[in-house]
Structures are given as structure tokens and as C-alpha cells.
Design a binder for this molecule. Structure first.
Ligand code: CP3
Length: 383
């Protein structure tokens, strides 16, 4: 009932008071005023929390992503503990790729490792298109979470074509992305076939999450910052645009024929966040891909970022995750600076510039949430 009311109302631009579509987070994504600046943290569900480490002690990473009960519990943990303004689904960017038929594992201390890296057109053909039936645990977890979270919005996510392609071509994490770039420059046709296929998988995966009820989505192009703007525009932007604009087509009702769940969900037009690391030179292009919110890492002040992104998009960021390891007065000063610089943007979602580091004291995260709320609502009072 909650989702139905909210979805219908959101489409009409008049969200049900108190529902997820009227939350401070969704309001900021839509550049609407709200009671305070919303805050959540990339990787908030995960390794910094003892209650997470306890669950994972006996369960491998990919298995934990495929058990809806565990996904639901791990996703809720940071919401209970910190009082963040949004939950993000616990999963990994390689989950849909594994569901598409690629043999991979997440190796502790290393990250995703692909058994047979993608190097040829025949390899690209091994990446199947996916439907909800390939990721039933994601559909189920999102539906459970929407009920459990009530008025707190749930963010769905996926990896962007470039970042996914990097893991598939390299076979694992890479500092230089040399094999990926060699393929891109040396065989553009094969590159576009691979990135195009990954865009289709990603779009399908995000649609599953939206139809199950997420309130927003984030596209992670974590490693896009390794490219020049010219190469980003030529080799990556068309594919990320296919994903983000593909979701926008769903809103206008022109994009799809079948597999619609409740109409109000597929019409929800959920806000789209587009994020990468080291993307100072790419911020404008990443916005152009079809984002409502552009994620900014800690290197670019939010007022400067807003100048590059333009006045019709909100920003998300951008506390350096390492600052959370410093004494509290340093953290406090940085939070104040970021809130001040974020006022230049037409909407600001407070976040880190990249994910929470494992060694972060969770109590500092809780204090940051309280401080962001206090400082931003006091400003409204003084209004
Ligand atoms: O919190 C944790 O790190 C523990 C669980 C875990 C995740 N991914 C959660 C995750 C583990 C062990 C991984 C494996 C993995 N996958 C790694 C190594 C992680 C490490 O540092 O040990 C990496 C680099 C990947 C690939 C990956 N996954 C990328 C590039 C991204 C995009 C976000 C980013 O960090 O740049 C992900 C997404 C991801 N992995 C999420 C979660 C919960 C979702 C996003 C979020 O919560 O912000």
C-alpha cells in the first residue's frame, strides 16, 4: 500500500506526505527544498560494521548477495545504527554479470576475479541478457526492504559499462586498466559490442530493482576517471547514456513492451545518480548521460563541481573517507565546509567521495549523520 500510494503520487509530482517520495533524500535529488540536507554513505552496508562482519564470518560474499534474507538484514543495519536518510541495497556490481553467465568469484582481499576474461566477439556472446528470473533474490530482497523501510527510501544500483568491462577484460582489479584500454583503442568495434551488451544487462538489472520498488538508482562508474574527457565521450558516454536514458524512457512509457509490474512502479521515474572517482574532468559529461544527481569525489569542491555540471542537476558528496579516521574536530570542520560549498548546488545529498573504509569507527559515521542534520536544519530555522 505504501509503495502504491507513493508511486502514483510521485508521478503526479505531489508525493504523499511522509512517504519515501517525499523524503529529504528524494526531495534533494529532485532539487526541491527539504527539512535538512540528507546523508547516506557509499558502502554503509558492509565491512565497517561488526554486526555485518558477524554475518559474513561464515558466508562467502557472492552467497550473501544471493540470499534475500541476508541482503535485507545487511541493508537495514546502517539505517538502524546511523539513522541515515537512505538505504542502499547490499550487493556487488558483478552480481548481474555472474547472473548473465560469466564465471567469476569475489576473492577476499582481492575483489572480483573472472575465470575466463573477455577478449573476443565470441566471449561477448557468452554474456546473456538477464530477466528478473535470473536474479530472484534481488527482486525478493527489494520487496522485503520496501516494507521494512517504510518512509526511508531504498537506493538500487548497478555498475556502469566501463567499470564492469574493466573487470571482465582485465580478469580482476587493475590499477592502469591497460588491457581494457588496449582493447578499446585497438578494436573499437569489439569494445562497443562489449560495452553495448553490458549496458543492456545493466539496464535490465536496474529495471528489476525499480519494478520491485527502489526509490532511486545509482550507476557506479567507479573507474571512469582513468579516461580523458575525449575518450570518455567517444567510448563510454553512449553506453552509460543507453542505461540512464533507457530508464527515463520507461517514465515516458515509450521504452518497453512487456514485463511491467504495477504500472505505478514502472512509471515512477526514480532519480538517477551517476558516480565515479577521479572524474573532475568528466563531471559535465557524466551529467549529460542522463543523471538527476552527479556524484563527486573529494578532489573537486562542490561549488566548483556545480559550475561544471550546471544548474539543472543536484550533486552528491564529497567527504574524503580518510577524514573519518582523523580526530573529531577535523571531521566537523570538513563537514561544515562541504555543507557550505554544497549550498551552491540546486540540491545536495551529503555522502563520502568514495566508499566507507573498513577501519572506520562506526560511531564517527553516526556522529556525522547527526551533525549534517543539525547544521542543515539550523540553517533552515535561521532561514
Ligand atoms: O563492504 C564491503 O566492502 C564488503 C562487501 C564487499 C562488497 N564488494 C560490497 C559492495 C566485498 C568484499 C566486495 C568485493 C569487491 N567488489 C571489491 C573489493 C572490495 C574491497 O575493497 O575489499 C571491489 C573493488 C568490487 C567491485 C565493486 N563493487 C565496485 C567498483 C563497486 C562500486 C562502488 C565502489 O566502491 O567504487 C562495487 C559496489 C559494492 N560493493 C557495493 C557494496 C555493498 C554497493 C555500493 C555501496 O554500498 O555503496
Amino acid at each position: 500500500m505504501t509503495t502504491e500510494t507513493t508511486g502514483t503520487a510521485a508521478r503526479d509530482g505531489d508525493p504523499r506526505p511522509g512517504g519515501p517520495a517525499d523524503s529529504p533524500f528524494i526531495r534533494a535529488c529532485r532539487r526541491r527544498p527539504g527539512p535538512h540536507t540528507p546523508v547516506w554513505f557509499m558502502r554503509q552496508a558492509g565491512r565497517s560494521l561488526p554486526e555485518y562482519r558477524e554475518i559474513r564470518a561464515s558466508v562467502p560474499m557472492l552467497e550473501s548477495c544471493r540470499r534475500a534474507d541476508l541482503v535485507t538484514e545487511i541493508t537495514l543495519q546502517p539505517v538502524r545504527r546511523h539513522g541515515v536518510d537512505a538505504a542502499i541495497l547490499f550487493s556487488d556490481i558483478v552480481v548481474p554479470v555472474a547472473a548473465a553467465g560469466i564465471d567469476l568469484d569475489i576473492v577476499p582481499g582481492t575483489g572480483p576475479v573472472v575465470a575466463e576474461p573477455i577478449r573476443s566477439a565470441a566471449d561477448v556472446e557468452r554474456i546473456r541478457l538477464i530477466t528478473r528470473d535470473d536474479v530472484p533474490y534481488v527482486d525478493e530482497a527489494v520487496r522485503q526492504l520496501v516494507v521494512e523501510l517504510g518512509d526511508t527510501p531504498l537506493i538500487g544500483f548497478a555498475g556502469a559499462p566501463f567499470t564492469l568491462a574493466s573487470y571482465l577484460v582485465e580478469g580482476g582489479p587493475s590499477r592502469t586498466h591497460a588491457k581494457t584500454k588496449a582493447l578499446m583503442y585497438g578494436d573499437p568495434e569489439l569494445w562497443h559490442a562489449l560495452a553495448g551488451r553490458l549496458a543492456e544487462v545493466t539496464l535490465a538489472f536496474l529495471r528489476v530493482q525499480i519494478e520491485a520498488g527502489v526509490s532511486a538508482v545509482q550507476l557506479f562508474d567507479s573507474w571512469a576517471g582513468t579516461l580523458s574527457e575525449a575518450d570518455y565521450r567517444r567510448y563510454v558516454l553512449p553506453h552509460s547514456t543507453a542505461v540512464l536514458s533507457g530508464l527515463a524512457d520507461d517514465c515516458s512509457g515509450s521504452g518497453r513492451g512487456d514485463r511491467r509490474a504495477e504500472p505505478e512502479q514502472s512509471h515512477a521515474g526514480v532519480p538517477r545518480i551517476h558516480f565515479g572517482v577521479g572524474t573532475a574532468e568528466l563531471l559535465g559529461a557524466m551529467g549529460e548521460a542522463g543523471a538527476d544527481v552527479v556524484g563527486v569525489d573529494w578532489r573537486t569542491p562542490l561549488d566548483v563541481a556545480t559550475g561544471r555540471i550546471g544548474p539543472d542537476k543536484a550533486v552528491q558528496g564529497n567527504l574524503d573517507p580518510c577524514v573519518l579516521l582523523a580526530p573529531w574536530p577535523v571531521v566537523e570542520a570538513e563537514v561544515r565546509r562541504i555543507l557550505d560549498q554544497g549550498r551552491a548546488a540546486p540540491g545536495h545529498v551529503f555522502n563520502l567521495g568514495h566508499g566507507v573504509l573498513p577501519e572506520t569507527d562506526p560511531e564517527v559515521l553516526t556522529r556525522v549523520v547527526a551533525l549534517v542534520h543539525e547544521l542543515s536544519s539550523r540553517r533552515a530555522d535561521q532561514g
